[in-house]
Design a protein around this ligand. Structure first.
Ligand SMILES: NC(=O)c1ccc[n+]([C@@H]2O[C@H](COP(=O)([O-])OP(=O)(O)OC[C@H]3O[C@@H](n4cnc5c(N)ncnc54)[C@H](O)[C@@H]3O)[C@@H](O)[C@H]2O)c1
Length: 447
């Protein structure tokens, strides 16, 4: 059931909004999704499932081809759901941006990475906005979903759309609605994660909220695009800083000979005021290591140094090096030098049960190990090959590699692995994820 949130419904709506609301309400609105990746594809699927005709737009011809063949390339969307929607004509994709002239709504789901300097790289959002501006027409609802700094929608997107002479809130409608999807999460997905939406004007918020309510379970309207942008950054900064804190705890506990995992598990028994976060080999993925730096960049402009973010970023950034130091110390204790040793990484995806290696700490760990002269192999059931320092590595048989390696390192705690068996086969095994919880064996070393 969609949540009713439109307490402040606008009394008198402009004609374009009335028409659009009608088309949204009776499912005749044509829905566009620009950027068909981890975020855009599941979103397109939800609206097609809700009965809308959905057209995806992407710059990658290969992706568009696969999409139109009904083959899902996003693990959380099964082919047997995706294929029939494509076959029925409810869902299709194109590289031709002129299709925007036919659309009633368009969601922008393009990447927002960082530059090497840790400044926001807005080039994808800019080029997506320019493409929409070219085909903007009265009655179009535009929503930005890409994670970004507060002010992006009103300072960057809006002026480009207004160059057309069309008026926001009257002729066209513009909202920011952060995407909160968590790939690989078995309980929460696009449909049942509450959707926050803030418009440039109250009419924009109203139309945007109505739109999302058609396909998603819960919609939370907020007062502005800036609030909606900041919501996402608060969520991800909260995670990043708390992970930084437990990573620092892990470093302290290591020096003091205390098992940090046991500490966290015991602390988590407190029924109020504590939320467990877990240390690991470093941050990964497209969100947690990146988004807080969008905020620190913007807050510098406002004259405030985001000190928590910088500090947590520093501590989290040290973790791959710490893991490699631990591998080296562990091998030294076994009177083996790291140079010339065979180190096998169990898992390279940035988190459990997904195939995404973007920003994965495994890449840094492999780079550092190779720099220190180790021979590195990996196995990952979700990642058949990776490229590190320009060299392709392919996933190896785990059982053989674990038996042959001088040290195995659990970098990703994928489920479906017989960890007990791997411990038995390994000479030494360093667990950076607490995947070996409950396994007590002299060859097990914990982060
Ligand atoms: N992946 C996640 O778990 C996640 C979760 C929440 C929020 N986000 C945010 O959502 C946004 C998208 O992330 P993603 O993981 O889906 O990225 P992605 O790289 O998987 O997909 C982005 C898609 O956009 C396409 N694209 C790039 N420029 C384009 C353009 N100008 N026009 C049309 N298509 C274009 C790319 O070809 C790609 O298919 C980012 O801002 C990200 O931070 C991601």
């Amino acid at each position: 059931m969609a949540t009713e949130i439109l307490e402040n419904e606008v009394a008198s709506l402009p004609a374009a909004a009335v028409r659009l609301q009608e088309r949204i309400g009776n499912r005749t609105a044509k829905v566009g999704v620009l950027g068909l990746g981890y975020v855009g594809l599941p979103l397109a699927v939800e609206f097609a499932k809700a009965g809308f005709e959905v057209i995806g737009i992407d710059v990658q011809a290969g992706k568009v081809k696969q999409f139109n063949q009904g083959r899902s390339y996003v693990k959380d969307v099964a082919d047997d759901v995706f294929g029939p929607l494509v076959k029925s004509g409810k869902l299709r994709a194109t590289t031709d941006f002129s299709v925007i002239t036919e659309l009633d709504t368009i969601d922008i789901c393009v990447p927002t990475p960082l530059r090497k300097t840790k400044d926001p790289d807005m080039s994808y959002v800019v080029s997506a906005t320019e493409a929409i501006a070219k085909y903007l027409h009265p009655g179009l609802l535009v929503m930005l979903e890409s994670t970004t700094y507060p002010g992006t929608t009103d300072e960057l997107v809006l002026p480009k759309l207004q160059e057309s002479g069309l008026r926001v809130g009257e002729d066209f409608f513009l909202c920011f609605s952060p995407e909160r999807v968590d790939p690989g999460n078995p309980n929460f997905h696009t449909k049942n994660i509450p959707k926050v939406v803030g418009g440039i004007t109250p009419v924009c918020t109203q139309v945007g909220s109505l739109f999302y309510k058609q396909a998603l379970e819960t919609v939370i309207a907020v007062s502005s695009t800036r609030v909606a942008e900041m919501v996402k950054l608060l969520e991800n900064t909260f995670r990043m800083i708390n992970i930084g804190l437990v990573n620092e705890m892990a470093l302290m506990c290591n020096r003091m000979g205390i098992n940090v995992w046991e500490v966290i598990d015991a602390a988590a028994t407190k029924p109020f005021g504590f939320m467990p976060f877990y240390p690991g080999p470093g941050l990964g993925g497209h969100c947690i290591p990146i988004d807080p730096f969008y905020l620190s960049w913007k807050s510098r402009e406002a004259g405030i140094e985001a000190r928590f973010i910088e500090l947590a970023g520093y501590i989290n950034g040290q973790m791959p090096e710490h893991v490699v130091d631990r591998i080296q110390a562990t091998l030294n204790d076994a009177t083996k030098p790291l140079r010339g040793s065979h180190v096998h990484l169990l898992g390279v995806a940035y988190k459990r049960d997904i195939d995404d290696v973007r920003e994965s700490p495994a890449l840094d760990i492999i780079h550092l190990l190779q720099k220190r002269g180790a021979t590195v192999t990996y196995s990952d059931p979700f990642v058949p090959k990776i490229r590190v320092d320009g060299i392709d590595l392919t996933s190896q048989d785990l059982v053989n590699s674990a038996t042959n390696a001088d040290c195995v390192v659990v970098v990703t705690d994928h489920s479906g692995i017989d960890y007990g068996d791997i411990v038995k086969r390994s000479k030494l095994i360093l667990d950076t994820r607490h995947a070996l919880k409950g396994i007590n064996s002299p060859n097990v070393i914990r982060l």
